[in-house]
Write a protein that binds this ligand. Structure first.
Ligand code: 9MR
Length: 384
């Protein structure tokens, strides 16, 4: 991510007065009717909360604690928040003997003040594990104890305050095989530790819904087939798994996953809940450094709209969470250089056609299902 992208907007936008939060759609700042308030009852529109991870190498201060214009929108527009990095091992566990819950607590407190739900992310992953863990010299028994203790402490700390957990993240590879080599836990403790982790999480908070979360499983393909099989086996063994979380990192170049609704339905048929948990749609950035073309933005808007529509139509799918709502803090250009502009607002919080497409999709869904209550959302708006 280049400094150029931030040179104008960052200083200006952080100084925006909060009065701008009543601006009409399309303008910088807030909106007359926040996105989540347009959603049908029981359906949440969410966003990740920026901080940690790639942000630490970027030339801006911590977004969540320092960028008031950002947090104002975060508190106002969404019914559900997911810490982008602050509940990962890298952030919660500075050392084997210590926990640092300060950033995670701040997010959960903020969500509560704003009447928002929180999705917990994540407990068992192959990435963002601390060195003391992956490079330590622990016996199998000790590692198992470290994991059990962590899951119990973290899920237990937020008992009753986090409604869904991405317990396991990306445990199946692109060929549809369990990551028994590159997932530290599965490699060191064997595949059954996956099941144990769900059981420990369930014991720590019996009310929390426990999910498997992954990318490239939007449509019906080898990888989502592998999840269908895995989750079927887990359910047969009475493992407390309650949902499949479909990340939904899309690219206009790769085409839209046409079988999305059908795919969500087949997990719903198993009695699972589904959720779109990390939605973004990246585009190829023009080589001359200019903004995406109107054609690209229209195509992106269409992808956002179709993903939301698939989720709204699938009975099992009850939330649509974006992995950043603004390009200012998106991970995309860092990981996929040459691409970007993946979110519904630009660096300066101006709404793109994709934002309008989400509004239209929610409105159309409401019309088709007249009788729903689009006003039934979270309290929203309080920033503190
Ligand atoms: O957005 C996160 C970024 O800040 C981190 O640097 C990165 C580390 O891998 O993880 C990103 O979040 C990932 C999420 O936890 C799991 N799905 C893929 C997301 C994007 O990489």
């Amino acid at each position: 991510m280049s400094i150029r992208r931030f040179s104008i907007s960052l200083a200006a936008a952080t100084a925006l007065p909060l009065v701008l939060l009543s601006c009409p759609p399309g303008a910088v700042g807030g909106n007359a009717q926040p996105l989540d308030d347009r959603a049908p009852e029981g359906f949440l529109i969410g966003s990740s909360v920026a901080g940690g991870g790639h942000h630490e190498a970027e030339p801006y201060p911590d977004p969540f604690t320092e960028d008031r214009a950002y947090t104002a929108l975060l508190g106002q527009e969404f019914g559900s928040l997911t810490p982008e990095n602050r509940m990962k091992w890298s952030d919660l566990r500075p050392s084997e003997d210590t926990y640092d819950f300060s950033d995670a607590d701040r997010i959960v407190d903020f969500a509560e003040r704003n009447g928002q739900e929180v999705r917990g992310h994540t407990l068992l992953w192959h990435d963002q594990n601390p060195d003391w863990l992956e490079e330590g010299d622990h016996s199998e028994h000790e590692l198992r104890e470290i994991l059990r203790e962590h899951v119990t402490a973290v899920v237990g700390r937020y008992e009753g305050r986090i409604h869904q957990w991405d317990v396991a993240n990306e445990v199946i590879d692109d060929e549809g095989r369990l990551r028994t080599e590159d997932n530290f836990w599965l490699r060191e403790l064997g595949p059954d530790v996956l099941v144990d982790t769900f059981r420990w999480a369930h014991e720590a908070d019996p009310e929390a819904e426990l999910f498997l979360n992954d990318y490239s499983i939007e449509g019906i393909n080898d990888k989502s087939d592998a999840y269908l099989e895995l989750v079927g086996q887990m359910l047969d063994a009475d493992v407390p798994v309650h949902g499949l979380a479909v990340q939904t990192h899309l690219s206009t170049d790769a085409g839209f996953p046409e079988s999305m609704e059908e795919n969500l339905d087949r997990f719903g048929d198993l009695g699972l809940r589904t959720a779109l948990t990390e939605v973004d749609v990246r585009v190829e950035m023009p080589r001359n450094g200019s903004a995406p073309t109107d054609g690209q933005l229209a195509e992106q808007a269409d992808f956002y709209s179709r993903a939301l529509e698939a989720c709204l139509n699938a009975e099992s799918c009850t939330s649509f969470t974006m992995w950043s709502f603004t390009d200012r803090y998106s991970w995309v250009p860092v990981t996929f250089p040459g691409t970007g502009a993946a979110t519904v607002m630009d660096d300066g919080f101006t709404r793109k056609p994709a934002y309008g497409a989400l509004e239209d999709t929610l409105r159309d869904h409401h019309r088709q299902n007249a009788g729903g209550d689009p006003g039934a959302g979270h309290a929203g708006g309080s920033v503190g």
